[in-house]
Design a protein around this ligand. Structure first.
Ligand code: ADP
Length: 432
């Protein structure tokens, strides 16, 4: 923002009162010089008279300066004014410097965008709409103390903003200070979103745990009471209790895995692992489930090792989730293909792709972008019936991210789903 402080004459950058004093001193000096030259006044007397006039002219200015009025702030050294203006202009968040009455001295471009009605030399209260800001500003002006306010801004989109008003002493030309106020605005929306996500996560996790827990305690009550001597019912209830307990254990397991992967998200695994035997091990382990669901797992893997920089345990978890989902949700297709290829990423980097394809009902396009959100399921009942926790794909996404890879999900309704985990190809260390 430009500052209109360019001096148009020798005196123009000086504050009014100082300018008047300087003119009086100049006139007195001239008159005394004439009196010494032509009127016989001795130079010693002339100097004494000049000193008296100088003191009389400058004392009111000094007193005025000590009072540190608003005019003082306007009268700061132009270099300092420019520096203050440059600091306000350079602040990344919207910032407005006010004098002690609440008039705008400087504002940066971000503040002008946030509150287009703000004008230099005008009272900020009249340009700001939110009652929270106006209250905070009034209090800050009345007390000259720091104030904070949080408010919801609706233009151009809903944003949670925090206003901080900080009193700042601004130096005046003759060594005094005047207490101005710096208003800075901070967008709190991302923080609020994270906070909401955290609260949602805790609510979801508690709900997911409470459901099997309620079933367990319900069956315990029944077994201790009405079904005490009913051997058949006991057998059946114990079976259900086992399923519920397994579900709880699985949920806790997934929650812990998720938090472990999140904690190490910034550390990329650096051990070279051959993923071919890892995929084979997972597919072999899921063979009983495939048989139970009458699905054939078709494995198309190279004979040669394919190494990536990876964490073996996490990769086991990743492929287990993808293949198990294909067996559970795509069982009606009767076949799951697990294959591995090498390809170039969009940026032209070589990558390894593990593709898990099923021929089941597929996933409607509106669900695809949300599938990797925690606890997101297309059909909650179906997921629960399959022993799902709603955390599997979220875990897959986190593991892929930690490996600096990508997860692609493609699906056409009634034609199955394809999940592709892409990993950067490992740079084999030069043995020469
Ligand atoms: P869950 O524990 O419920 O399986 P996931 O995070 O693994 O949780 O999957 C989220 C949801 O995505 C599932 O509930 C299911 O609705 C859907 N889904 C995942 N894989 C497939 C698939 N191969 N075919 C159809 N739907 C799928």
């Amino acid at each position: 923002m430009a500052i209109d402080d360019s001096p148009s004459s020798f005196f123009s950058p000086w504050p009014d009162r100082l300018r008047h004093s300087a003119i009086i001193l100049l006139a007195a000096g001239l008159a005394l010089t004439v009196l010494v030259a032509f009127g016989g006044l001795s130079p010693l007397r002339a100097t004494a008279v000049f000193a008296c006039i100088a003191a009389a002219a400058l004392v009111p200015w000094r007193l005025h300066n000590a009072a540190a009025s608003r005019e003082d702030v306007r009268g700061v050294n132009p270099v300092e004014t420019a520096a203050v203006s440059a600091i306000v202009a350079g602040m990344p968040d919207p910032a407005v410097l006010l004098d002690r009455a609440g008039r705008v001295i400087h504002l940066n471009a971000a503040a002008a965008q946030l509150a287009p009605a703000l004008r230099r030399n005008e009272l900020a209260q009249f340009a700001l709409r939110s009652p929270e800001i106006i209250t905070a500003l009034r209090e800050a002006i009345a007390t000259t103390e720091a104030r904070r306010a949080t408010y919801l801004d609706h233009v151009p989109v809903d944003r949670w903003m925090e206003l901080i008003i900080t009193p700042v002493p601004v130096p005046t030309l003759f060594g005094g200070t005047d207490k101005c106020m710096l208003m800075t605005f901070h967008d709190q929306t991302p923080l609020r979103r994270v906070e909401e996500m955290r609260a949602d996560f805790v609510a979801n996790a508690s709900h997911e745990l409470r459901t099997p827990l309620a079933a367990l305690s319900g069956f315990i009550d029944t077994l201790q009471g009405p079904a005490k001597d009913d051997a058949k019912a006991r057998e059946r209830f114990l079976g259900i209790m086992h399923t519920q307990a397994t579900r709880m254990a699985r949920l806790i397991d997934d929650l812990l895995s998720l938090s472990r992967v999140e904690l190490s998200a910034h550390v990329r695994p650096d051990t070279l692992v051959d993923i071919v035997p890892i995929i084979r091990q997972v597919a072999d382990g899921l063979e009983p489930l495939a048989r139970e669901r009458q699905v054939v797992i078709d494995i198309d893997l190279p004979d040669a090792p394919v190494s990536i920089a990876g964490d073996r345990e996490e990769l086991l978890r990743l492929f287990e989730n993808l293949i198990e989902n294909a067996l559970k949700y795509g069982a009606s297709g009767g076949k799951v293909i697990v294959s591995l290829t090498s390809a170039m990423s969009g940026e032209g980097a070589p990558e390894v792709r593990v593709i898990v394809r099923d021929f089941g009902p597929g996933i409607a396009p509106e669900h695809l972008p949300r599938l990797t959100e925690r606890f997101y399921r297309v059909d909650v009942g179906d997921s629960r019936a399959q022993g799902g926790t709603g955390l599997g794909l979220s875990l897959v996404k986190h593991i892929v991210n930690r490996h600096r890879g990508r997860l692609l999900i493609e699906s056409v309704l009634k034609h199955g789903a394809t999940f592709t985990a892409c990993f950067p190809q490992a740079k084999i260390p030069d043995s020469t």
